[in-house]
Design a binder for this molecule. Structure first.
Ligand code: SF4
Length: 233
């Protein structure tokens, strides 16, 4: 399954129905809605990556949120996690504005793309290993298409870290054995045709940001380091 461009891939991705449990969940959430959004039409489909197809920096999360990306159709858009992430991207010069509320809000990212190893909202934000492995086809292809330009990756959380490392290995980078452990501030340089800087960062989940485990300053530090490694800041 290869595509000539990322937009071509994304056009197919949004119609994917390979995971029965996630298809049922994303559509049920879109139908039932949260009271605060009852007048809105939920996206209720797979959420594609967001950002330019020639990105030098890739941010890898976990999966769309039920009432965030699954509602708006754009990664991290319309939820508290996204509020934190886009404010930090704006603070370090990688986003043109600090807020993300809908696909037509004017937000653009500079040299940066955001994606996830699972493209459909999962119950309790917990995809199964089978769902992660089923969705890997999209991450494999996204990395293949980004290989000519990507220089750094920020992975938000251990789930994304563990999902991404084998993908990077198959895409041609040299992943050490044993595989490097996830941690906030982890930084590994992977050898390849062109080296890739891999950064670990706690996920921008409310569980982490409300408790202070991840502060805006911590997030901005990782994004600025990764932006420098990618030649963007
Ligand atoms: S999680 Fe991925 S593989 Fe599964 S239905 Fe959604 S887009 Fe398709």
């Amino acid at each position: 399954m290869t595509y000539p461009t990322l937009p071509d891939m994304d056009a197919d991705l949004v119609d994917c129905r390979r995971c029965p449990r996630l298809v049922e969940w994303r559509e049920r959430v879109a139908h039932e809605k949260r009271a605060a959004f009852r007048d809105q039409t939920y996206w209720g489909r797979p959420v594609p990556g967001f950002g330019p197809a020639d990105a030098a920096l890739l941010i890898v999360g976990l999966a769309p949120a039920a009432h965030g990306g699954n509602r708006t159709g754009r990664m991290f858009t319309g939820d508290r996690s996204g509020d934190i992430l886009f404010a930090a991207l704006h603070a370090v010069g990688l986003a043109n504005q600090p807020t993300a509320v809908s696909v037509d809000d004017g937000l653009t990212l500079r040299g940066t793309r955001i994606t996830a190893p699972v493209h459909c909202a999962p119950p309790d934000n917990k995809p199964t290993p089978t769902e992660r492995d089923t969705c890997r086809r999209w991450l494999d292809e996204e990395l293949r298409l980004l290989t000519p330009t990507v220089r750094a990756v920020v992975v938000l959380g251990g789930f994304g870290w563990r999902a991404l490392l084998p993908v990077l290995g198959d895409a041609g980078w040299s992943v050490p054995k044993p595989r490097p452990a996830f941690g906030h501030g982890a930084h590994v340089e992977l050898a390849g045709t062109r080296p890739l800087h891999l950064f670990g960062c706690y996920h921008v989940s409310q569980q982490n940001t409300f408790t202070g485990r991840l502060t805006p300053a911590m997030l901005e530090t990782v994004l600025a380091d990764a932006g420098r490694a990618a030649g963007l800041v």
